[in-house]
Design a protein around this ligand. Sequence first.
Ligand code: HEC
Length: 124
Amino acid sequence: MKLFYPSIMLTVATVVFIGCKGDANKTTINYDYDVKPIFEMNCLECHGENGMANLNLSTYDDLMKGDSDNGPVVIPYDAENSLLYQKVSREDPPIGSRMPYGRNPLPSSQIRIIEEWILQGAKK
Ligand code: HEC
C-alpha cells in the first residue's frame, strides 16, 4: 500500500491536468504509469514481438528503437510529426490507417496523454 499510494496520486494529478487543457500547472507525464497502460490495453495484441509493421510497443526501448517499417515513430518534443501520434489522432494519417486498426479511436484523454508525453520529450 505504501508503494502503491504515490502512483495513484500521480495518476489522479495527470487526469486533473489532462482535464484542464491549457492550465499553467504542468504535470509531467510518466511513461510507466500513463503511457504504457494505453499500449497494453489497446495495441499489444497486434504490436508485441514480431508485431504488425514490425512495431513492438511492449517496452520503452522497443518503442523508441525506430526499426519499424517506416522508421522512428516518436520524435521527442514533436508530436505533430511523430507517426505514433499521427496514427492515433488522425482519421487519415500520412501512412496507413488510424490506430488502433479497425477499432474505435482512443478516448481523447488518452490521445492527449500521448501527445503531451511526446511534447515533454518522450522520456522513460
Ligand atoms: C488489430 C491490430 C492492430 C491494433 C490493435 C493496433 N495496430 Fe498499429 N498497426 C496495425 C497494422 C496492420 C499496421 C500496418 C498498416 C498501417 O500502418 O496502417 C500498423 C501500423 C502501426 C504503426 C506504423 C508503424 C510503421 O513504422 O509503419 C504505428 C505507429 C501503430 N500501428 C501504432 C499503433 C498504436 C499506438 C496502437 C494502439 C493504440 C495500435 N497501433 C494498435 C495493426 C494494429
